[in-house]
Design a protein around this ligand. Sequence first.
Ligand SMILES: [Zn+2]
Length: 450
Amino acid sequence: MDYEFRVIVEKVSVTTQEVVKRDTLKIYDIKQPESILDLGLRHEEQISLLSKVQSALLSEQSTLIDTGVTQCIKCGGKIGKLGFQPSTFHAVFSDHKLRIQKHRCKNPECRWQSMPSVLSVFGTDTHPDLVKLQCENGALHSYREAQDNMERLNAQRRSVNNHVQIKNVTNQVGERLSQANTTPPDQEELPTPAAELIAQVDGGHIPTKDKDKRSFEALSGIVYRPSAIEVVDKHHRQITEKTCVVSALEDELQTIKTYLHHAALKQGMTEETQVTALADGASNCWSVISVLELHCKALELILDWFHIGKKFRNVSNALGETFAESLDSAKGSLWHGKVDDALQKIAMLRDNISDEKKQTKLKGLYDYLKNNSEYLVNYDERDKAGLAYTSQVAESHIDTLINARHKKKQKMQWTRVGAHNVLQIRASMISNEWSDNWLDLVLPEEEKAA
Ligand SMILES: [Zn+2]
């Protein structure tokens, strides 16, 4: 005996259970599956079936849409029904035409007609679930890659997922997030006060659209409790709970300072909190961190050992084998907090080397340490006491934040505001805030008020 498989939708009276409408959406053959491909429905068919189910439900819902029109908006006269206005709606995987009730003014002198649409009623024609996917893809990939990803996921090309559209949506949501980050967290959002916090500030360069410059700087900060550091294995650690912020705006560091302050509050900073801050030594980074000083018990600034190590490696590579031992000895002095010893050793090398290039390298290292000498500590002691002195753990976050999206991609060029907005979404994802906050950011204003 042969059978077929029907997918049917029914409209049923809730009280009487009477079926008032029945539609066959699709009929499939029931055949013996000859390969794994034959099991169930294929990707494209699933989306197509889903689209048919959506259309059936939407046609029932669309007649119930309240357009809010109760009288003529021109003359205030009575209105009558006048057929339906077709209007586009973008669901997460499919596009639909909804039919929305139209009205006309009964006053023969006026004859005003309403032009209702999904947009006019709901403030947007796109379902928030789709906006969410667009933002997530737009924040993680170039806009063209995002378009490709959306097409693959959706098994079809849709104009709503065009790269320009994804760019606009991502930018808009990022802008809202940027705005939201300027307000301090609500009292009830605050966690239990933290006795200690670690803060790190770092910079990265983003290629610019500006013809006179090659790049501009974005600054990012991350705040976490020492207890949030989790050992993965011998060489890897991760920070389980953190707040990450970033700014690409040129505003004398105002925005990043405000964001960092709010990030510290979200991590439980009070006037009783001891804050340890790590930075690579750039003066703007220290300046950003200084914003915390007024709001905590004590702020200790430490030149990040990770960056010191990087500088030494850089100079060591340029100088070659011959000088490796002397440089290591200087680094060893630094590790033990003997700053003057270390500086003396580097100065000796610098003054006794004839190669001009190598001398410049050594001068750079000397000046770097000299300029940051007040932030040099006894790293060995801190290491033994289990205290923070290196950003290595969180370095990857700051790196992924700026670099993944803004550096490696095919010659993507940015305006400061454009980069700033998209980075807000990435920071929110890294801070694990996006999943809780996206809906508020994606919903149009009028929906939120309702
Ligand atoms: Zn009228």
